[in-house]
Design a protein around this ligand. Sequence first.
Ligand SMILES: [Zn+2]
Length: 323
Amino acid sequence: MEPSITHKDIMAMRIIGILGPAQLELFMKQSELLNPTGKTKGFDNNEIYSSTSYLPIYHLISHNSKDPQETLTQVLKSLLFTRLLKESTDFFQQGTNQDLEDFVASLIFKHISNIKYNAISITHLKRTAAGTELSLAYATALYPLLSLCNHSCDPNAVPVKKFKHLETSLVTLKTLKAGDELFITYKPLFTHMKTSERQEHLRINYQFACACPPCLNNWSIKSIKQSDYSVEKGAGNTAQVKELSKYETLLHESDDEIKRGNYLKAIKILKPCLQHFTQKLNNQDEMNYFPSLNSLTQVSFELYKRALLRIIYKAQDFHSLYL
Ligand SMILES: [Zn+2]
């Protein structure tokens, strides 16, 4: 494999550059800051997890590479970057001791290996000539808090960059109860990839076996396609079937509104659907009796996500909804 410098490697250098030599020297002398004894990682000596401090970034999770070649490449990159800082910038003042250079190299190495597991992609939507929308990544960033979010192939939150601020917020995609864990996606979504493809992607890139509901229950991509989310006509002309048909019609209507670009209208139509399906989720008997209830529930969440994301990327609508 030909080693190459990636934008994530450059991020490792930027972190060191932002901290600056004076701050780094302080960290080096007070090694207790980076390796607190008996404290929770990322928390300072006062047990505070400060998102403006370097400590949470330093302690973000990393995995040792199983490939010795990759580890060697990361070590060489760290040494090369430290050399570049020394010879091409005034980062190291004259007389700086070798300890600080070694410390900087060790931090760059640490970040080169932890950035890939923690960086969050910031994307924006671009409309193509054909009228469809593409989600394009335009930046990658490390966040002390957001980077702690675990993955789900059916996430309940999405990171959103605010246009006029240097802030990224988590916007929830579902109704949550107090204490519910927030999940984002590390890219694989059950609506876009098969379970086996998602599992492989997460295992290779993030070194874990995903145990989210879509992976455990092998949710089908097909189940969210419009033509497939029909109510069981053969289940009898019961009140439940009529009720389901009503919500199915609403889902079709909101789907149409999204296609027309009326995202707020789509959300208004979806809200009662979401409320209805969220209640049904607690009734396992009914869920089992009407298999399409599962699909309709997934579709309503999916449509809501779609409408919400479109709004988020239309600044005007975004302001009217959230500000
Ligand atoms: Zn999963």
